[in-house]
Design a protein around this ligand. Structure first.
Ligand SMILES: [Fe+2]
Length: 159
């Protein structure tokens, strides 16, 4: 039974649903690894990076809501359950225990770069299927690229 009817033609739903769902998983995972690093960072740059990590977390959380609600609006039920995220999350950047500040920066840059690469693929995939979703993914990519830049600038000169 269709609960929420989609404004998209059948042919577009699969690609758009997949793009939104995998973006949702990436963003929820990013918000978790951002908090993990926020809690476990140690080193002389603790304070600034600790605070900067919360910017990534709030960006990821806020966009996860936008992406999930876009899916709902298209009649494609989003799945943000912890077991779904745990099974589907593939981005690098997660590490247990205390992490030195310079390593935190490397890990977060790596995670953001992987997320951005995947988003750019979805931007291409959704171009014809749903330009409105594509526009949303473009906005998310721009913001994650901004965050990536700010973290990369933290580790200059590179060691
Ligand atoms: Fe905190």
């Amino acid at each position: 039974m269709t609960v929420v009817r989609s404004t998209l033609p059948e042919s577009a739903r699969e690609v758009v649903g997949e793009a939104l769902q995998s973006t949702l998983v990436d963003l929820l995972g990013l918000s978790l690894i951002g908090k993990q690093a926020h809690w476990n960072i140690v080193g002389p740059r603790f304070r600034s990076i600790h605070l900067q990590l919360d910017e990534v977390v709030s960006t990821a959380r806020s966009f996860s809501d936008t992406v999930a609600e876009r899916a709902s609006a298209l009649g494609l039920p989003p799945d943000g359950r912890p077991e779904t995220v745990a099974a589907a999350y593939t981005l690098p950047g997660s590490k247990p225990g205390w992490i030195r500040d310079d390593e935190v920066v490397r890990l977060i840059v790596e995670a953001l770069e992987a997320a951005i690469g995947r988003l750019r693929e979805r931007i291409e995939a959704t171009e014809k299927a749903d330009p409105v979703t594509q526009d949303l993914l473009i906005g998310i990519t721009a913001e994650l690229e901004k965050q990536r830049w700010m973290f990369e600038a933290e580790n200059w000169p590179r060691d």
